[in-house]
Write a protein that binds this ligand. Structure first.
Ligand code: PLP
Length: 461
C-alpha cells in the first residue's frame, strides 16, 4: 500500500479514489491497479467505493434540508453490487425497463423510491412495476397512459404517474445524448401536456404524482436547466390553477464529468442550489419535492477500465497503433459517440519510446478504437488505464465478435470485491440451440470445449 499522504493528486478524480504513488504508479484507493490486473486479468473494470459514495454524498449535501429525492439512473452502470451501494446510501433509482427495476430491487432498493422512465414500456414491465409498488411512472406519450390504465384495471392496482415533458430545449450537448429537443423521441410534446394531465385526472386507477423532464447528458452549464425549470414551473402552476396539485418536480440527470483534465464540470454543489432557488422562485406549490436522476455524474469518474497492450504496429503511412485487449465491446463510447477518454500507463515505462499512437481493440470494425493520437511511452505487455469509464461503460458492453463480458471489481480501501463471475466464450455458446445438421462434426463439441478451456489464460512471459 502506498502512503496516501505522499501521493500526487490525480488530475481526474475528485477526492482520493484514484491517485499516483511517488513512483508514479496508479492506485485505486489502497490497491495498486497492477495487482488487480495480475489477479483478475484484463480487460477489467475497477470501481472505487469511496468514489461512488463521495458523489452521492455531494448530491445529498447540496440538497441539505430541502425536500428531495435522488434517483440514480441505473442505465449508467447497473451491476448489482453498484446498485447495492447506491441503495445503502438511501438513494432511489431511475429505471427504464422491467429488467432495471428488477436489478434495483434485487439490490435492496426501495420500490417507493423507483421512478420508471422510457418511451416503450411493455405491458409486462408495467405490470411488474405496479405489482412492485414503484413511486411513479414517468409517462412519455398519451398512448402510454392508455396502456398503463388498462394494466391497472386488469390488476386492480393504482398507478402513480408523472408526465415527462419534452421541453424543446437545446442543452448544447452532443447530438447523440440530447433528449430534450422537440424532434427527439423522448417526453410528451408541450401542447399535449395539460390535456394529458386532465385526462389522467379523470381515470379512476391513476394517481397524479408529479412532472418530469430530461434535457441531455454531460450538460456543461446551469443555464439550460434553468430554462427547463421555467417550462416545468409553467405547467405546475397552470395545473394547480386547474385543481391538479403536483407533489414533485423531477429535473432529470445530465450533470457532466471531466473526461479530460482541462474540463471543469458543473458540480452538484453549484448546480443543485441554483435549481432549488429557481424552483422555489417559480413554482407556486410550496414545498414541492425536487427529484433528480443523475447517472454519469455519480459513477463515471469512480471507475477505470484496465487493458493490456498486445502489439504495437505501424500502418502503411505515418500511423502507429497500439492494439490492446479491450475494445468497443467493453467501452463503446468512443466508437459510437467519438467520445474522449484519457488513457494512461498504470506504471510509467522509462524504457519505452514516446510516440503518437492510436489505441485500438481487436474487434473487426474500423470504428473499434479507444483513443486516437495519444502521446504515450508504452510497449507490448504494458498496462493502461482508460479513465472516467464508469458510466455507460460496462452497462453498454456487448459480446460482439464472441468476446466475453469483462470482469468488474470494487475496491473498498484495501478490500477487493469481485462484482461478477468471470465469463469466457464457453458461457456464450452454452445456451444456444444446435440443429444437429452436421452428421460428422470435424470435432466433437466436448473435445472443442475442452481444448478451449485448456487454452484459457495462457500467457508467454
Ligand atoms: N434520466 C433520464 C430520463 C435519462 O434519459 C438519462 C440519460 O439519458 C438520465 C436520467 C441520466 O443522465 P446522466 O447519466 O447524464 O446523468
Amino acid at each position: 500500500m502506498a502512503d496516501r499522504n505522499l501521493t500526487r493528486p490525480d488530475e481526474l478524480s475528485q477526492g482520493l479514489s484514484f491517485y499516483r504513488s511517488p513512483e508514479g504508479e496508479l492506485f485505486c484507493e489502497d490497491i495498486p491497479l497492477r495487482d488487480l490486473a495480475r489477479r483478475f486479468g484484463t480487460p477489467l473494470y475497477v470501481y472505487s467505493r469511496a468514489g461512488i459514495a463521495e458523489r452521492l454524498e455531494a448530491y445529498e449535501k447540496a440538497f441539505g434540508e430541502e425536500p428531495h429525492q435522488v434517483c440514480y439512473a441505473v442505465k449508467a452502470a447497473s451491476t448489482r453490487g453498484i446498485l447495492e451501494l447506491v441503495a445503502r446510501q438511501g438513494a432511489g433509482f431511475d429505471c427504464v425497463s422491467g429488467g432495471e427495476i428488477l436489478r434495483a430491487l434485487e439490490a435492496g432498493g426501495d420500490p417507493k423510491k423507483v421512478v420508471f422512465s422510457g418511451v416503450g414500456k411493455s405491458v409486462a414491465d408495467i405490470a411488474f412495476a405496479l405489482r412492485a409498488g414503484i413511486k411513479c411512472f414517468n409517462i412519455e406519450s398519451p398512448a402510454e397512459l392508455d396502456r398503463i390504465h388498462a394494466v391497472t384495471e386488469r390488476l386492480g392496482i393504482e398507478a402513480h404517474v408523472s408526465v415527462r415533458v419534452n421541453p424543446n430545449i437545446d442543452a448544447h450537448v452532443d447530438a447523440h445524448v440530447a433528449t430534450g429537443l422537440g424532434d427527439s423521441k423522448f417526453g410528451v410534446k408541450l401542447t399535449e401536456v395539460i390535456p394529458l394531465y386532465e385526462k389522467a385526472a379523470k381515470l379512476p386507477m391513476i394517481r397524479i404524482e408529479g412532472i418530469s423532464c430530461h434535457i441531455g447528458s454531460q450538460v456543461e452549464s446551469a443555464e439550460p436547466y434553468l430554462r427547463m425549470v421555467t417550462v416545468l414551473a409553467g405547467f405546475v402552476n397552470e395545473l394547480a390553477r386547474r385543481g391538479i396539485v403536483l407533489h414533485h418536480i423531477d429535473l432529470g440527470g445530465g450533470a457532466g464529468v471531466a473526461y479530460h483534465p482541462d474540463e471543469k464540470p458543473l458540480e452538484p454543489s453549484e448546480l443543485i442550489p441554483a435549481l432549488i432557488k429557481a424552483v422555489r422562485r417559480e413554482v407556486s406549490v410550496p414545498d414541492i419535492e425536487i427529484f433528480v436522476e443523475p447517472g454519469r455524474s455519480v459513477i463515471a469518474q469512480a471507475a477505470v477500465l484496465l487493458t493490456t497492450v498486445q502489439y504495437l504496429k505501424s500502418g502503411l503511412f505515418e500511423r502507429q497503433f497500439a492494439i490492446v485487449d479491450a475494445s468497443m465491446t467493453e467501452l463503446v463510447r468512443p466508437a459510437i459517440y467519438g467520445s474522449y477518454h484519457l488513457i494512461e500507463p498504470v506504471v510509467p515505462n522509462p524504457k519505452a519510446q514516446r510516440q503518437i499512437l492510436n489505441i485500438v481493440g481487436p474487434v473487426c470494425e474500423s470504428t473499434d478504437f479507444l483513443g486516437n493520437d495519444r502521446n504515450l511511452a508504452i510497449e507490448a505487455g504494458d498496462l493502461l488505464a482508460i479513465r472516467t469509464a464508469g458510466a455507460y461503460g460496462m452497462a453498454m458492453a456487448s459480446t460482439y465478435n464472441s468476446r466475453p463480458l469483462p470482469m468488474e471489481v470494487l475496491v473498498d480501501g484495501s478490500r477487493v470485491i469481485p462484482l461478477r463471475r468471470p465469463q469466457t466464450a464457453l458461457d456464450l455458446t452454452r445456451d444456444e440451440e444446435t440443429l444437429g445438421l452436421v452428421k460428422n462434426p470435424g470435432m466433437s463439441e466436448e473435445a472443442v470445449r475442452s481444448l478451449f478451456a485448456q487454452s484459457l489464460g495462457m500467457s508467454i512471459e
